[in-house]
Write a protein that binds this ligand. Structure first.
Ligand code: FHN
Length: 600
């Protein structure tokens, strides 16, 4: 099972088609990778910032809700399924504004039960929620004076849908966040329309208008309304098309209306916000800033009635553990129907996650990133309390021989227990490492958690791959260093027991460190899969650069050996090799492993 994501065709579709486009669009809009720390308020001390973000850092798990008129067509227009995530249907099918607005008559919210939604989030073990107050179709779920394209005035729901959810969430101790599409608006005149040549023109005469007029007539007043009425704990901007620093500067002062608010990095105009927001992927390694991975449960954010490509509860829980082990939060999405029902498949998964969180929540909440670079069987989180460090081992692949090695751990272990039952586990030495004697059966079908109380801080030595008895060196995904800039996805994916690295492009790269005992020559062979012709990669070894074209293979998981040629190792010791795409646009490749074969 993949630690990071499903390897289904749907997932491949997101990785290869949807995600790259969204990412390319975002990057274009942002003018490059996002960087830096939060700016609000600008004079904030690190201590004040830590205090402001304390609840969010403790929370680790939140609910994302994409709800709007797009739930009426639910992925289908004029009898045809429309490619892309469902909330983009108006843009993708270029539905005329007047036609799209008629869908609102079926947006009844008749079964909407905000109390039940909030209760479900609590049951899942979530600590906050973020709901779309207005998505790119411009439809506001709240009572807005700035545009009558809202739930109260223009839909069959005839009421403010945000207010009762905010109340229900807060009643249960959940923090409440609002998503708001500040630039894109496909209905109100002048809102950004994405990749049209004339970004504010769109596909319907009624959409025409000046973007700055749109900002002052709709977007800025609505942000003010939202901040004033709901006092959100999080403001979640999205898709900053056309947002210059000057335009962003019109928004940032409004945030003072909600002291202590947390914002993400998508306002645009170089405003970094508090949180980075990797979307539909989990960064390969921990990051040195606050981040939140937002992901769908199937392949869509808004409700799509024919998208049944649900991730399993096991995958979702492993994603949660993976994210926590890298110091991030998980914002997991549901897309309710037009009648206000969260799909049964989502409810079921959230409940199952909640059952796991009830038992294992302490291994997630308030934890920090793993001290291990890699673990062969899963992930690790840690917490230090009153000077005592606890490691939480999240075991994805339970050992069949009753021994769980902890490679590289040099700290003395005070006590090892199964978190679920409290059963004490024996600690034994195995070569230069420690191992735990564990039951033969995994205690949990999804992720079993073991608690290690350490005597002193976590001391970990990284163990590098070495050649086998025949001199062959295998570099697999678990030992890889995956480097991705925002949006340039590099991640582990793949079916059970066969993880591989998905690497669709641009400036990201994959590298390995390894150790050899002496000088020698090797042939570099990478096992790769490519869907499109023309992807070229460089293998970099010190100053040596070897280039190869990746042949098209029969599918995302059909790997072909690609020889990059010969490298010479001058001496024993630690060496690095890395693989970089040659600038080529978005051409997805998968890399399963690299073999260094000794040559005479
Ligand atoms: O275009 C949106 C998309 O519909 C969805 O809301 C996601 C959630 O992060 N954000 C945008 C794409 O980055």
């Amino acid at each position: 099972m993949s630690p990071a994501a499903d390897s289904s065709p749907g997932y491949f579709l997101i990785m290869t088609r949807i995600l790259p486009s969204l990412v390319a669009i975002l990057l274009t809009a942002l003018g490059g990778p996002l960087a830096g720390a939060q700016t609000l308020p600008s004079a904030e001390s690190p201590e004040d910032r830590a205090a402001r973000l304390a609840w969010w850092r403790e929370a680790r798990f939140g609910l994302f809700i994409h709800w709007g008129v797009y739930a009426v067509p639910a992925g289908c227009y004029e009898g045809r399924p429309i490619d892309w995530t469902a909330e983009w249907i108006m843009r993708r099918a270029k539905i005329p504004v007047a036609t799209y607005q008629t869908f609102a008559q079926d947006f009844t919210a008749e079964n909407y039960d905000p109390e039940a939604w909030a209760a479900l989030a609590v049951e899942a073990g979530m600590k906050y929620m973020v709901v779309t107050s207005k998505h790119h179709d411009g439809f506001a779920l709240f009572d807005s004076k700035a545009s009558n394209w809202n739930a109260v005035q223009s839909s069959a729901a005839r009421r403010d849908l945000i207010a009762p959810l905010a109340a229900a969430a807060r009643k249960r101790g959940l923090r409440f966040g609002l998503y708001y599409s500040q630039a894109q608006d496909w209905t109100n005149p002048g809102g950004a329309k994405w990749e049209e040549p004339d970004l504010t023109g769109g596909w319907d005469e009624s959409q025409r208008g000046r973007f700055d007029d749109y900002l002052s007539a709709v977007s800025l007043p609505q942000v003010r309304e939202l901040l004033t009425k709901f006092q959100p704990d999080i403001f979640w901007w999205d898709t900053p098309t056309l947002m210059t620093p000057e335009r962003a500067a019109l928004f940032t002062p409004l945030l003072a209306l909600r002291p202590g608010i947390i914002t993400n990095d998508r306002l645009g105009g170089d405003v970094p916000g508090d949180l980075k927001t990797p979307e539909q992927h989990i960064p390969a390694t921990g990051l040195d800033y606050d981040w939140e991975a937002c992901m769908t449960m199937n392949d869509t954010w808004g409700f799509n009635r024919s998208d049944l490509n649900w991730k399993s509860t096991t995958t979702l829980l492993r994603n949660l553990a993976d994210i926590a082990s890298k110091g991030g939060n998980f914002l997991l999405n549901v897309g309710p129907t037009a009648r206000g029902e969260i799909p049964e498949a989502s409810i079921q998964r959230l409940r199952e996650m909640g059952r796991w969180m009830k038992v294992n929540g302490e291994s997630i909440y308030g934890t920090s990133a793993s001290p291990f670079k890699k673990l062969p069987w899963g992930r690790c989180t840690q917490k230090t309390h009153d000077g005592v460090t606890t490691l939480y081992l999240h075991v994805f692949e339970w050992p069949s021989d009753g021994r769980l090695p902890i490679p590289g751990l040099k700290s003395e272990i005070g006590r090892a227990t199964l978190l679920a039952s409290g059963e004490t586990l024996q600690v034994v030495s195995e070569r230069s490492d420690v191992a735990l004697v564990v039951p033969v059966e995994a205690p949990d079908p999804h992720v079993s958690v073991i608690t290690l109380l350490l005597k002193g801080p976590a001391l970990v030595e990284t163990i590098l791959p070495r050649p086998d008895a025949d001199g062959n060196l295998t570099l697999g995904p678990k030992e890889a260093d995956l480097h991705s800039t925002f949006g340039n996805v590099v991640q582990l994916a793949g079916p059970a027991h066969d993880p591989y690295i998905a690497h669709p492009g641009a400036e990201s790269w994959i590298g390995w460190e390894f150790e050899v005992s002496g000088a020698g020559a090797y042939e570099v062979i990478a096992e790769m899969a490519a869907k499109e012709a023309g992807a070229r990669y460089t293998a970099a070894w010190g100053k040596t650069k070897l280039e190869a074209e990746i042949p098209v293979s029969a599918g995302a998981t059909t790997f072909l050996p690609v020889s990059f040629g010969r490298i010479e190792v001058a001496s024993g010791g630690v060496h690095q090799i890395s693989f970089h795409p040659v600038k080529q646009g978005w051409k997805a490749v998968q890399l399963r492993r690299v073999l260094l074969r000794p040559l005479p």
